[in-house]
Design a protein around this ligand. Sequence first.
Ligand code: CA2
Length: 146
Amino acid sequence: MSRILLVNGPNLNLLGTREPEHYGSTTLEDIESAVIGRAHELDPELEVLPFQSNHEGAILDFLHAEAPTSAGIIINPGALTHSSYALRDALSALGKPVVEVHISNIHAREEFRHHSVVAPVAVGQIAGLGVFGYLAAVEYLAGQPG
Ligand code: CA2
C-alpha cells in the first residue's frame, strides 16, 4: 500500500466558482475525485490523501505529519508558489518527490507569476494544462518505484 499527497494552497477552494477564464469550471472536489479515481485505475493499492488550506502553516503542518509516510506529493501551492520559502524548505527537507502543478500557464500571465520558489525542489512543474496536469502528476508518481 502506498500513498500520494494531493495538496492545494490558498484560494483553490474557489475553483469552479470564479475566474473560469484562468481556472476553468471544475471544482476542487471534482479534481480530488478525478485524481483518486486515476490513482485507483493505475494501481488499486495506491491511496491519495487530499488536503487544501488557505493557511501556509496548516499546509506545513500537514506535510510534516503526512509526508514521511507517503511516496510523493502533488502540490498546487497557489500564490505561495511565488513567495513561500517556508514551503520550499519544508518540501526540500521532507525529501519526497514533488510534482508542482498549476492549472493556468503561470509563464504566460503577470510577471510575478513567472517565478516559482518551489520549482527547484520539485522533480518537475506542470503548468497550463488545466485539470489534466493533476492527472499527469499522479500518473508520473504512480510509475515511480517505492
Ligand atoms: O494556475 C494555478 O494553478 C495557480 O497556482 C493558481 C493560483 C495563482 O496564484 C498561481 O499564480 C497560479 C491562484 C489560485 C486562485 O484560485 C482561484 C480559483 C477560482 C477563483 C479565484 C481564484
